[in-house]
Design a protein around this ligand. Structure first.
Ligand SMILES: Cc1cc2nc3c(=O)[nH]c(=O)nc-3n(C[C@H](O)[C@H](O)[C@H](O)COP(=O)(O)OP(=O)(O)OC[C@H]3O[C@@H](n4cnc5c(N)ncnc54)[C@H](O)[C@@H]3O)c2cc1C
Length: 456
């Protein structure tokens, strides 16, 4: 690859980085550039001055040291499920190539490179009856998801993904590759779990698995006209649900396209998502009340292997131009449901593809064994809105939904569901912010890691 010696608006000689590293370095105009930078979320313009596809941890060390020498900033990207345009303008390091996965079945833990998506771990762990605390879709990257807390479909039983982390290998902003555990660099162990990519570029992560060969669950679908009655039942039913059960509902307006079952396409539907981690019989008994809430149009709730976990949330797999918004709620009373339905329910022309409410609580709300920078344990519900960015009015409509539920909005957002640098800061309480800033001063004194800069 030919890289101009000193070109680019940031004045960094990326040819030098190319010579230092084994991985591919590309600048705009190079053949490899578009494929390396393009995020899953097609609506976010990710156009860095240069991208390095890291071959190994040493490449990441060289990239961070190079950035420091030339006064530019670095941002990591794995799958591009959660990019922010403002943070990806200088040197992007994609960790896609760091793809090792090792399962330790006897001790029940896994090690994964920073480019690995959950699917690979789910499939590697399943033969041993083990499962990771993955998220709503196994296409998301392990590191981005985990460093943002990691709220998955078994969260009420087992807590957050950060609660299972054993060790993290990270190249901090000072260009040093460090192994971080509860006893080695404990301040980094705190900051990296919840603080996303603020401190450095993670190269590998180790975490405990849970024994969960199967689960009882999936999604149960109703016609949109029954949404008020079903949500009413869901609120009362979920309030009694033991911690073996994790649930959410989503108002969907799925397009009429290949892969969408005809009974769900081109209309408003409501999906109740459910995972029961105890016995299938008990899970079925608990779910009977939801099955009786209204006429069911599709029932995909059954005893399944953990490898079928994506059938619970039915998230989109293909890259999507998504506009996303959300917040946490302290409560979800009748008035909040009415406010939501007034903008998204039957008879309303909502432009959103999905509006979901996840019930939190249970193990989610209890601090993990080791303190972390995740500051949202008090949240009772998570609200997420996803629209197609090109649909006119989608942004204003999402803002109107958030305004309507403002009386129930909680204190700190989930880091994984923040979509602007300002929202990012809003995910932390004052003490956590102070600890994150101190860790940045210690481990990234020159502010090389772009994301850390959002804290000011
Ligand atoms: C369809 C969909 C479903 C989702 N479901 C859930 C869910 O159920 N629960 C949940 O908690 N979240 C969920 N999320 C949010 C998701 O966890 C975040 O967007 C997460 O940051 C994605 O990580 P990524 O590596 O896949 O994305 P990327 O866009 O590649 O990375 C996003 C951010 O993660 C951090 N990061 C990535 N790689 C590194 C690295 N090597 N070192 C340090 N930091 C790094 C950085 O802050 C980076 O900006 C979902 C997102 C989507 C689009």
């Amino acid at each position: 690859m030919t890289i101009a010696q000193t070109s680019t608006e940031h004045g960094a000689p990326f040819a030098e980085l190319d010579a230092l590293t084994i991985g591919t370095v590309a600048v705009p105009g190079d053949k490899a550039y578009d494929a390396l930078v393009s995020p899953w979320n097609l609506a976010i313009p990710v156009r860095p001055a240069a991208v390095l596809a890291a071959h190994d941890a040493q490449d990441v060390v060289d990239a961070v040291q190079f950035a420091a020498r030339h006064g530019i900033r670095v941002t990591p990207q794995a799958t591009g499920h959660g990019p922010m345009a403002a943070l990806t303008t200088e040197l992007l390091v994609t960790t896609k190539g760091l793809d090792e996965v090792v399962i330790h079945p006897e001790e029940g833990w896994a090690r994964a490179g920073a480019g690995v998506k959950w699917l690979k771990v789910v499939e590697a762990a399943a033969p041993y009856g083990l499962a990771p605390l993955s998220g709503s879709i196994t296409d998301v990257g392990i590191v981005g998801y985990t460093t943002g807390g990691g709220l998955g479909p078994m969260a009420r039983t087992y807590g957050l993904a950060i609660d299972k982390v054993r060790a993290i290998e990270v190249v901090t902003g000072d260009g040093v590759l460090r192994r971080v555990t509860p006893t080695e660099h404990p301040e980094l162990f705190f900051a990296l779990r919840g603080g996303k990519g603020m401190l450095g570029i993670i190269t590998a992560i180790e975490f405990d698995l849970v024994h969960q060969p199967t689960f009882y669950g999936g999604s149960l679908w109703f016609d949109g006209s029954d949404a008020p009655a079903v949500i009413d039942t869901w609120r009362a039913w979920s309030a009694e649900l033991p911690e073996e059960g994790t649930t959410s509902f989503a108002l969907f307006q799925l397009p009429d396209m290949e892969g969408v079952p005809p009974m769900l396409a081109g209309r408003l539907t409501l999906s109740v998502r459910y995972v029961w981690t105890g016995s299938a019989d008990e899970g079925e008994r608990w779910f009977a009340a939801m099955r009786a809430a209204a006429p069911v149009i599709l029932d995909d709730v059954a005893d399944k292997p953990y490898t079928a976990i994506d059938s619970v949330h039915t998230d989109p797999l293909d890259p999507t131009p998504a506009y996303e918004a959300g917040n946490v709620l302290t409560d979800f009373p009748q008035e909040a449901a009415d406010a939501l339905l007034a903008l998204t329910g039957p008879g309303v022309a909502s432009p959103q593809i999905l509006v979901e409410v996840r019930q939190l609580g249970g193990a989610f709300s209890r601090p993990g064994e080791h303190p972390s920078a995740f500051a949202s344990r008090a949240a009772a519900y998570s609200l997420l809105i996803v629209g197609i960015s090109e649909i006119p009015g989608v942004e204003d409509h999402a803002a109107a939904i958030l305004d309507a539920v403002a009386p129930w909005v909680g204190e700190h957002r989930l880091p994984n569901f923040t979509f602007t640098p300002e929202e990012y800061v809003d995910a932390y309480d004052e003490l956590t912010l102070a600890r994150l800033r101190r860790a940045i001063r210690t481990y990234d004194p020159d502010g090389v890691i772009t994301i850390g800069g959002v804290l000011g």
